[in-house]
Design a protein around this ligand. Structure first.
Ligand SMILES: *[C@@H]1O[C@H](CO)[C@@H](O)[C@H](O)[C@H]1NC(C)=O
Ligand SMILES: *[C@@H]1O[C@H](CO)[C@@H](O)[C@H](O)[C@H]1NC(C)=O
Ligand SMILES: *[C@@H]1O[C@H](CO)[C@@H](O)[C@H](O)[C@H]1NC(C)=O
Length: 453
């Protein structure tokens, strides 16, 4: 959020200029820029829609060539003005941000409502907000800053600590406050669905809370390993309230139910799940053993499965002595609890979050179906760089069934993967079977490697 830097900067500025003169200057600048904008977009030349005078047909032909030249000339003037406008706008934006911060510093007793709203995240972080902001104390305790004990020399270079939360928390403040409304020391509300929606909106990580999650009644110990990998967990091991289904049998039967559910048949460990990644069809379906054989025996030891459903990839890898952490959301089902019941490690993080691993550490990253064309391109590129970051040199990225349109395949995704720097060990593309032909829908699977140097 970088508000610390803004703050320092504004403090410096504050010492150099009187407050009100500064405000006036900015106001003038805003007015000037707006006038310039109005002039450009209503003036005699605009870049896209030229309004020509209504000449008679004879003169049109005569004047055509000279008009063209004039057009070209005015077009370049417009471009130049646009560029000017762009940089002026950026300047104004920067100044406005600064002004907001200054407002907060110098006029704490006469803050305007607008300024309050703009500097709210700043207030949280610095922990200087008062009750007039209408924010519960618990929110400020959870995500405000805390002074370190005197005499303690911090490794961070700051004498305060701030609990990290997603930037989206500040954007959805009402929901944040609702999430943080509970009895301290008591039982947390059952708000899994609500909390997960908040996460998916960018409030990830969520703030910590001081309440206890409701405990399942009649909890029984999990099945012992390795049997736990393939048995149905006890129904009393979780709280069913957030889900439509109220038992694992219901979730298993869901594969026959109408309607769309995320990972619809993933809870049936005796069905399709039982055979996943065991066979290599030489096309989109790669086999785990075939992939592991690409590397010297035993050198693929630890890794990550992004969006790993009910955890079967990790289970199969565990049987081969490879430890896989599975990330999953609980969309339409208790995926995290289910994975954990199998004796596998689940992490409740979305694909948006920076991977919580150090760079050059993992032997393998796998992801099936989740990374696809629904992710905005820019965001996907950051995700791919993050995967590259956590993989060790020579580490494998198994991109399993990436869904996209035929046109996007060569235009967007192949260049993107090249740009990030992966080396292709294996590549297969194929049209989606059911309706691929009519809609030009494709999958590709790839085994990529982070270069050794
Ligand atoms: C102005 O900025 C926008 C967005 O940053 C950019 O798309 C556009 O090309 C810029 N225009 C000029 C003329 O520089
Ligand atoms: C996994 O490790 C155990 C213990 O070291 C060993 O006995 C077993 O053969 C290994 N399994 C495979 C598939 O490598
Ligand atoms: C993408 O490019 C490859 C190689 O140039 C070509 O063989 C393939 O048909 C293209 N795929 C699509 C879906 O256009």
């Amino acid at each position: 959020m970088g508000s610390g830097a803004d703050e320092d900067y504004s403090k410096k500025q504050a010492n150099q200029h009187p407050h009100n003169k500064f405000k006036l200057k900015i106001l003038l600048l805003v007015i000037l820029t707006n006038l310039l904008t109005i002039y450009i977009f209503t003036g005699p030349f605009t870049s896209n829609h030229l309004s020509l005078p209504l000449w008679d047909s004879a003169t049109i032909f005569n004047d055509l060539s000279s008009t063209r030249m004039e057009l070209a000339a005015s077009h370049s003037i417009v471009l130049e003005l646009h560029q000017h406008l762009n940089s002026t706008n950026l300047l104004v934006q920067a100044l406005l941000i600064e002004l907001t911060t200054r407002e907060h510093h110098h006029a704490q007793h006469e803050e305007s409502t607008a300024a309050r709203k703009l500097s709210l995240s700043d207030t949280f972080v610095r922990g200087t907000g008062d009750s007039s902001f209408g924010l519960p104390e618990e929110v400020r305790l959870a995500i405000g800053s805390h002074k370190l004990p005197l005499g303690y020399s911090p490794r961070s270079g700051s004498d305060e600590v701030i609990s990290p939360v997603g930037a989206g928390c500040f954007k959805f403040q009402e929901e944040l406050v609702q999430y943080m409304t509970y009895e301290v020391g008591g039982e947390c509300p059952i708000d899994d669905v609500f909390a997960q929606r908040l996460m998916l909106k960018g409030c990830e990580p969520l703030p910590r809370r001081r309440c206890h999650p409701k405990s399942p009644v009649n909890y029984v110990e999990p099945a012992p390993f390795p049997d736990s990998l393939w048995v149905k967990p006890s129904d009393t091991s979780i709280i069913w309230d957030p889900y439509t289904c109220k038992s694992y049998d219901c979730l298993i039967d869901r594969k026959n139910a109408p309607g769309f559910f995320d990972c619809k048949d993933c809870f049936d460990l005796q069905g399709r799940e039982k055979n996943r990644w065991l066979f290599d069809n030489g096309r989109l379906d790669y086999g785990i053993d075939q992939v592991l054989q690409m590397k010297p025996g035993g050198t693929i030891r630890i890794g990550l499965d992004i969006g790993g459903g009910s955890g079967t990839f990790a289970a199969r890898m565990r049987e081969r002595n490879v430890t896989i952490v599975t990330t999953s959301m609980n969309l339409d089902g208790p995926f995290n609890s289910f994975i954990a019941s199998r004796g596998l490690i689940s992490m409740h993080v979305s694909v948006s979050q920076r991977l919580p691993f150090f760079e050059n550490t993992l032997d393998i990253v796998h992801s099936m179906h989740v990374l696809s064309n629904w992710i905005p391109d820019a965001m996907l590129e950051f995700t791919l760089y993050d995967i590259y970051r956590v993989l060790r040199p020579g580490g494998l990225f198994w991109l399993d069934h990436f869904f996209c349109l035929g046109s996007q395949l060569n235009e967007t995704y192949v260049p993107m993967l090249d740009r990030v720097g992966f080396k292709k060990l294996r590549w297969n593309a194929g049209m989606k079977l059911d309706r691929g032909k009519e809609k030009n829908e494709w999958y590709f699977s790839a085994l990529l490697e982070k270069p050794m140097t």
